[in-house]
Design a protein around this ligand. Structure first.
Ligand SMILES: NC(=O)c1ccc[n+]([C@@H]2O[C@H](COP(=O)([O-])OP(=O)(O)OC[C@H]3O[C@@H](n4cnc5c(N)ncnc54)[C@H](OP(=O)(O)O)[C@@H]3O)[C@@H](O)[C@H]2O)c1
Length: 321
C-alpha cells in the first residue's frame, strides 16, 4: 500500500510524464521525412516484411512519394491487409504484393525470378524483414531458421536482383540491422545452427552483425556502379519484433515501450533517410544510427578480411551446388 501511495503521488506521476516527454523529444531523428521533398515517381522499390512494423511505414513513405512499391511479405492475408491500407492512405494504385518466405532459399529464388520477369528496373531494395527470439529450428536447406531469415535469405535475394539494380543505377540497397549487432559474434558454424545459444536475443544479435558485415562487403564490391549499400539501426521500436519471446518479457517490453520506445513510423525514419535523402546520395558502406547520423559499427563489422570471408561463406551457403 505504501508503495502504491508513493507511486500514486502527483509528484511521481508528473515526473514520469515529464521524463516520457523528454525521452520522446530526444529520440526524434535529426531528419524529418515529411520535410524531405524527394519524389520517387518512375522509381521501383521493394520492401521486405512490409506488412507490419517498421517495414509497413517504409513502404507507406515510398508510396506517398509516388514510387511503384512491391511489398515482399510471407503471409498473403497480412500482406493483402497492408496493401489495402497503403493504397487507401496514399491513393497510389502502383503498390503490389508479392509473396516470399525469406527462410526458404527456393522461395527467395522463386520471388526473384518473378521480379526479374515483371520489373524493368529496381531502384531501392530495403532488406527489412527479420525474426528474433526463435527457438532452434533447422530449415530444409540445413540452415538455422533465424540465420536463414535474417541473413541468408536477404543475401540471396539481393544477389539475385543485383544485375537489375545495377542496370537501374543510381540505386540504393538498405539493410535494417540493429545496435544489438555490438553484442553479436561471428562463428561460421552458426549458419547451420551449431555452437549457438538459443536464449533471448543471442542468435538475433549474431545475425544483425552479419547484416552489417555483408552489406559493407557488398558496398565494396559495388564501388563504381552508382549502387550504394548501407545498414541502419531503426531505434528501439514498438513493433511485433518480440512475438517469439515469453509472455512476461513481451508484457515488460510493451509496458516500457509504451512510454519510451519509438513508434513504427519513427522507427522507419533512418531507413527512409538512407533510401531517399539527398544527403545519402553516393554514400555507401556506412552504418546509420536511428537519428540518421553516421556511426561506426562494432570492430568486427569493420574487419575487411572477415567481411570477404563472410560474404564468400554466404555465397557458398546460398549457391545451388
Ligand atoms: N523493433 C525494434 O526495436 C528493432 C530494433 C532494432 C532493429 N530492428 C529491425 O527492424 C526490422 C523490422 O522489424 P520490426 O521491429 O518491424 O519487426 P516485426 O514487426 O516483427 O516485423 C517483421 C516483419 O518481417 C516479416 N518476416 C518475418 N519472417 C519472415 C520470413 N521468413 N519471410 C518474409 N518475411 C518475414 C514479418 O512478416 P509476418 O508479419 O508475416 O511475420 C514482418 O512483416 C528487423 O530487421 C529488425 O531486426 C527492430
Amino acid at each position: 500500500m505504501f508503495l502504491l501511495d508513493v507511486l500514486g503521488h502527483p509528484v511521481w506521476a508528473v515526473s514520469a510524464a515529464l521524463l516520457a516527454i523528454v525521452v520522446r523529444l530526444q529520440r526524434r531523428a535529426r531528419w524529418d521525412p515529411r520535410a524531405c521533398s524527394a519524389r520517387l515517381a518512375g522509381k521501383t522499390a521493394i520492401v521486405t516484411g512490409a506488412n507490419t512494423g517498421i517495414g509497413k511505414f517504409i513502404a507507406l513513405d515510398f508510396a506517398r512519394r509516388g514510387a511503384r512499391v512491391i511489398l515482399a511479405c510471407r503471409s498473403e492475408a497480412r500482406g493483402s491487409a497492408a496493401l489495402k491500407e497503403i493504397r487507401e492512405k496514399t491513393r497510389n494504385p502502383d503498390v503490389h504484393l508479392r509473396l516470399v518466405d525469406l527462410s526458404s532459399l527456393d522461395s527467395v529464388r522463386e520471388f526473384a525470378k518473378g521480379i526479374l520477369e515483371e520489373e524493368k528496373a529496381l531502384h531501392i531494395l530495403v532488406n527489412n524483414a527479420a525474426v528474433s527470439g526463435l527457438p532452434r529450428q533447422i530449415t530444409k536447406d540445413g540452415l538455422d531458421m533465424s540465420f536463414a531469415t535474417n541473413v541468408l535469405g536477404p543475401f540471396l535475394l539481393t544477389n539475385l536482383l543485383l544485375d537489375l539494380i545495377k542496370r537501374s543505377a543510381p540505386a540504393r540497397i538498405v539493410t535494417v540491422s540493429s545496435m544489438n549487432h555490438k553484442k553479436g559474434e561471428v562463428d561460421f558454424a552458426h549458419f547451420r545452427g551449431e555452437n549457438l545459444t538459443y536464449f533471448m536475443d543471442k542468435v538475433y544479435n549474431n545475425t544483425k552483425l552479419h547484416n552489417i558485415i555483408c552489406t559493407n562487403e557488398l558496398a565494396r564490391r559495388l564501388q563504381g556502379t552508382d549502387v550504394t549499400a548501407n545498414s541502419v539501426h531503426p531505434g528501439v521500436v514498438m513493433t511485433e519484433v518480440m512475438r517469439y519471446y515469453p509472455f512476461v518479457i513481451r508484457c515488460l517490453f510493451n509496458l516500457i515501450g509504451f512510454f519510451f520506445f519509438k513508434s513504427p513510423e519513427e522507427g522507419a525514419v533512418s531507413s527512409i533517410y538512407c533510401a531517399v535523402s539527398e544527403e545519402m546520395e553516393g554514400i555507401t558502406g556506412k552504418y546509420i544510427d536511428s537519428d540518421c547520423s553516421l556511426l561506426l559499427p562494432a570492430p568486427l563489422a569493420r574487419d575487411a578480411a572477415l567481411a570477404v570471408k563472410d560474404f564468400e561463406m554466404c555465397e557458398r551457403l546460398t549457391s545451388k551446388l
